[in-house]
Design a protein around this ligand. Structure first.
Ligand SMILES: Nc1ncnc2c1ncn2[C@@H]1O[C@H](COP(=O)(O)OP(=O)(O)OP(=O)(O)O)[C@@H](O)[C@H]1O
Ligand SMILES: [Mg+2]
Length: 490
């Protein structure tokens, strides 16, 4: 990645005033290089972190006075950072910089050759139409996410949370919106989730999603991708629990020709497929130890080494991971690496269970019903007892279960109303949340454990999946992984 601001050579005899010193001394300096965010000057005496004013005489544009701070001493002078209190000063500085742009065909941000200076650079994607009147405005808008990212990388999590709260409550005074129309929720719990999604999406931070099965972790991962600067890149999802351990490494990292018997050609892994986009590692708690080390290495140096290859490739991927298990417990039981946990846990979003989302239960039910009605052009509503049952039920399978029950109700309803019975909610006493059974992950024989759960549930896949707190597709994947037949026990 190149610069976010063009730097040009210049020669401006300027005046520095030390505002915080009692006698307000002044000194003459020369600005030799200039960008919108900083400058290189000779003759600056301070090396302290003090604010001073610098007056720049811009030929043909008048004098501009800005606040500045010493950053570091370099070979050719002192680097300083510039701060703006008014747009007009920035515009004047930009016009001076524009007049000094070198007459080459290279992109002045990243150096990529042969750019026509119309539209955007093919490589760094920054806007290059310098002659446009609103160039500066557009450039600042385009680079806002990267600038924010640079600032955020200098802050710890506590500071980031404070900034998020401040922006929301004081600056925007917003009613938090859902990140997209298909992500439904207005309960306090979900508004807080949406707020976090909107704020963290444009950054490059890895995000860890926690929540019971069916709470919307994958939906959240997709929202993070579509609200990020990577939205035009690929979104690649991998379910770490569904792929046998022996295949997972090559699935993720790819392999080179001859790496193992049957590897007739080289193959790209999911990391490479996700290059330039987002890699969603679902059920991260199931990542085997050897691959945990490899993922940690990737998060540190962004290099991927295909199986059987001695060469590593640089890959530009943002990681979003998810699990419905208690990763803290996995860490304390030694099944999940502490260092990887802290790396992934740098920004965590907890999806609340549906039973804790108050009025969202009915809101979501109505949303799903409206979709089914529209698809089949058949208007149907909920009866009063159905709405009451929806509110009272504990929804151990969360939003996925609600969607399935509404679908069932829609299909079963004969008249204009769906009753509680159509959704099989009439005899169900509100029950406590399903216990989270993650034991299968650490059982000495995962296959035996899964078979036992299936037997206990009379091979009813939905019930077994619920006991293990995984989705039905994950249950089928787990059975495929161990070659377990899906038929009923006789
Ligand atoms: N807030 C929501 N608004 C609309 N649809 C939702 C919402 N949350 C979840 N869904 C829908 O519910 C289903 C389950 O969501 P999703 O697959 O994202 O859950 P999950 O947490 O990844 O589940 P699992 O842990 O079982 O993989 C999907 O069809 C999804 O579109
Ligand atoms: Mg999922």
């Amino acid at each position: 990645m190149g610069r976010l601001d063009v730097r040009v050579r210049t020669d401006l005899g300027s005046t520095v005033s030390y505002l915080s010193r009692e006698d307000k001394p002044q000194e003459k300096v020369t600005v030799t290089e200039l960008s919108l965010s900083g400058a290189m000057v000779t003759g600056l005496s301070t090396q302290l972190s003090e604010l001073f004013a610098i007056r720049l005489p811009l030929p043909g544009l008048g004098d501009v006075e800005l606040l500045a701070k010493f950053v570091r001493r370099g070979k050719t002078g002192s680097a300083i950072r510039l701060f703006y209190s008014e747009q007009a000063a920035m515009q004047a500085l930009w016009e001076h910089i524009r007049g000094k742009l070198p007459r080459t065909d290279n992109c002045p941000y990243c150096g990529h050759p042969d750019d026509s200076r119309e539209g955007s650079c093919d490589k760094c994607n920054l806007y290059l139409d310098f002659s446009k009147k609103n160039y500066l405005e557009r450039h600042i808008e385009n680079t806002f996410a990267q600038r924010l990212n640079i600032r955020l990388s200098r802050l710890n999590l506590e500071h980031i949370q404070k900034i998020i709260d401040f922006v929301d409550s004081k600056l925007l005074k917003i009613q938090h919106r859902s990140p997209d129309r298909e992500f439904v929720g207005a309960s306090r719990e979900m508004l807080s989730v949406f707020s976090m999604i909107r704020k963290v999406a444009p950054t490059e931070m890895s995000v860890l999603l926690l929540g019971e099965s069916g709470t919307g972790k994958e939906l959240t991962a997709k929202a993070l991708h579509s609200l990020s600067t990577r939205k035009d890149g690929p979104f690649v999802a991998v379910n770490c629990a569904a792929i046998p351990e022996s295949l997972l490494e090559s699935e993720l990292f790819g392999y080179s020709k001859g790496a193992f018997t049957g590897a007739d050609t080289s193959r790209k892994g999911k990391f490479e497929y996700a290059d330039g986009g987002t890699l969603f590692l679902d059920e991260i708690g199931d990542l085997p130890q050897s691959l945990q080390a490899k993922l940690l290495r990737f998060l540190e140096d962004r290099l991927v080494q295909p199986v059987g290859s001695s060469v590593s490739k640089k890959i530009d991927v943002r990681i979003v991971a998810a699990t419905n298990c208690d990763l803290h417990r996995s860490v304390s039981e030694g099944r999940f690496r502490t260092d990887l946990f802290y790396r992934l846990n740098s920004f965590t979003i907890k999806l609340p269970p549906l039973r804790e989302r108050g009025e969202d239960k009915v809101r979501l039910a109505k949303y799903f019903l409206a979709r089914f009605c529209e698809a089949e052009n058949r208007p149907v509503g909920f009866s009063a007892d159905a709405l009451e049952a929806i509110e009272g039920y504990s929804w151990p399978g969360n939003v996925r279960e609600l969607e399935n029950k509404v679908r069932r109700g829609f299909l079963m309803a004969s008249g204009k109303d769906i009753g509680a019975a159509c959704m099989e909610l009439d005899q169900v006493a509100p029950s406590p949340a399903a216990p989270v059974d993650c034991g299968y992950r650490s059982a000495p024989s995962q296959k035996e454990y899964v078979v036992k759960v299936l037997e206990d549930n009379d091979y009813v896949i939905a019930k077994a999946a619920r006991q293990l707190n995984i989705s039905r597709p994950s249950m089928y994947a787990l059975m495929r992984k161990h070659g377990i037949q899906g038929k009923r026990a006789s």
